[in-house]
Design a protein around this ligand. Structure first.
Ligand code: MN
Length: 307
């Protein structure tokens, strides 16, 4: 599968105007030599702390959310929930996913290195049985990722991450690697400190709108299109609600008329370049639902709002 196609689900879940996670638009390597395949384990303090285990394959990071994190004890079978492919650039991602966004919370690179498949990785991935060696800064030795047979009608996302018995394995009586080496291999910081780190890139609310030709959706709802340029306050740019009641202003050329049933909403169309000229406004395409609401007053006067 093409890496761009494989990342569709990843992109649909995220709003890249809000999160600083990579969109995966660039550096897709299609064929990496088996000995240079990357792996990364990201510690992710989302609603529940978990460890995201990612293996490079065919230009993307195959990904599993390991709820309890990897264990070096061969007796431990750690639940690894298969999730959407992530772009390769994600392997270097450390930072804060803002509140309200998918996976909100802090992320650190807990371990990284190379993974070496012990059997054909594509066949293994397809049939739900991967065996491999890890050459990381914390994790090493041989491992298996095994898909659990789903219950009838159940989901096939559940895999198990299991350490093989070898020199890199530990006994239950030995320290837990998750406790022994808790912090980031990139910054050396604990996950609790990642939000305070000034060098961590972070999306902040209230970023000023740069181009005067760019209208925020909120501004569009308020400003008559005919009035042309208008400055946007930081609050408005951030889409913050004010106490003032929302007053809808219609474009000057608009006429009041009866609504005749359903009106098909405009849909976005894919083009190579946005149309030029001042009669067009551009906005970020937010995926979601389009809502059409009509409020009809007894007098027959209608208010229409779009979202
Ligand atoms: Mn995660």
């Amino acid at each position: 599968m093409l890496a761009s196609k494989a990342l569709e689900s990843y992109r649909l879940k995220r709003d890249f105007s809000r999160t600083i996670e990579p969109s995966g638009g660039t550096a897709a390597r299609k064929t990496a030599k088996p000995e240079s395949l990357r792996f990364v384990v990201q510690k992710h303090a989302a609603r529940r702390l978990h460890y995201d285990f990612r293996l490079e394959l065919d230009g993307v990071l195959k990904s599993w959310a390991v709820t309890k994190g990897p264990s070096l004890c061969p007796g431990d079978k750690r639940l690894a929930v298969h999730v959407e492919d992530h772009p390769l650039e994600y392997a270097g991602f450390e930072g804060v996913i803002p509140q309200g966004e998918y996976g909100a919370g802090s992320v650190i690179v807990w371990d990284r290195g190379r993974w070496i498949p012990l059997t054909d990785p594509r066949k293994g991935y397809a049939k739900g049985h991967l065996t491999f060696s890890l050459r990381g800064e914390k994790l090493g030795g041989d491992w298996a990722l095994v898909q659990m047979r789903p219950k009838p009608g159940g989901r096939a996302d559940n895999w198990l991450l299991i350490k093989a018995a070898d020199d890199a394995a530990r006994a239950k009586s030995e320290p837990d690697i998750l406790e022994e080496k808790r912090d980031s291999v990139l910054s050396g910081k604990p996950i609790e400190k990642i939000a305070d780190n000034p060098s961590v890139r972070r999306w902040t609310r209230g970023q000023p709108v740069k181009s005067t030709d760019t209208f925020t959706p909120r501004q569009r709802a308020r400003e008559p299109l005919a009035s042309g340029k208008a400055t946007v306050s930081r609050q408005e740019a951030a889409g913050k609600t004010t106490k003032k009641p929302l007053r809808i202003q219609f474009p000057k050329a608009a006429r009041t008329a009866r609504i005749s049933g359903f009106v098909a909403p405009c849909l976005a169309a894919a083009t190579a370049m946005p149309p030029a000229g001042r009669s067009f406004v551009h906005e970020v395409k937010f995926d979601g639902y389009r809502l059409q609401a009509v409020l009809e007053r007894p007098s027959g006067h209608q208010d229409t709002s779009w979202s």
